[in-house]
Design a protein around this ligand. Sequence first.
Ligand SMILES: C[S@@+](CC[C@H](N)C(=O)[O-])C[C@H]1O[C@@H](n2cnc3c(N)ncnc32)[C@H](O)[C@@H]1O
Length: 321
Amino acid sequence: MSSVNEIRAVLAAKYARVKTSGTREQREALRLAVEIIGAAQSRPALGKEVSVQRGEVRTCVFFDEVPFINVLDHRNPYLAVYYRDMVEPKGVVPNREKVTISFKAHPFTDREMELFLGVIEYLEPLFGEVNPRCKFSSAPIPIEKWGANTLPEDLAVYRQFIHPLIVGELSNLTLTPGDLVCELACGTGDLLADLRSVRPDLSYMGSDLNESGVQIARSANPGVPIHHADARDLAFLDIGTVSLFVLCGLVNESVVTKDDARQILLQVLSRAKKQSYAIITGRTPPLLKEVELAELGFFPLLATRWSQYGLLPFYVCLTPA
Ligand SMILES: C[S@@+](CC[C@H](N)C(=O)[O-])C[C@H]1O[C@@H](n2cnc3c(N)ncnc32)[C@H](O)[C@@H]1O
């Protein structure tokens, strides 16, 4: 790979959002975003106090310079240009405990929000990574607590907000019939079933360490090999065979440790085809930051997506050539 143009050409062939960069729609979206952000910043910052679980207040930089603040809420997510004076609990916050966080920010008007969200599809590649507020501490949840026992509120977030984003992202990737898609930690297999219904021409495989989840996933996906296996050892996959790995809620806080996350990702690299894809997402940000993913060899094409719930960590990565 010798020139910037060659790199651009490869990226454009690999990811539709790159292909569209610089189109009239994208330039128009950016122009509108700059106008809306400017209007919000020209009004005085307002104080806001929220009672949330840890991680539900998130900051994220847009276009390398505009800090945004987001409060997750599936009825009415809050998104504003971040200003200052964040007051948040010190130390570690127990899982699922409500905490009070206050800050000052420049909110959008309803009309501005409507306009911004109307073009956010073109703006998502310009968002940096999501940074949740409040420290996370919990050790991974024991494996028997997953599967059929997954908390209903967790399931709702995954099914309602995250899975549709993953399914939608398929149309931005270059995948040809027969290519192998592997979902690690597929839980009860809902996402695999959704992916299969949109791209029945691809091959699929799943795995999870929770046995009850694997049983349910098998019945939801007849004919698809679903392995009862630990993602730290992908011996059930041949080297260099997978065109798309999906890791939704696996290399995340409360699921595995950071060392495990690294080991899983190294295994993914060994089983991935050259210049193939990995989608890494979840309710909480992955244990490895964007730069750490890049150091391992995951070239990030995208870091963040917007859903009706709020800003979600959503990495679309290219594996090495
Ligand atoms: C948050 S759930 C995500 C489930 C599914 N990917 C989805 O999007 O609905 C986390 C899953 O990771 C699985 N898991 C945790 N540690 C694992 C490991 N080391 N290897 C494989 N699966 C694991 C759990 O059994 C659970 O099904």
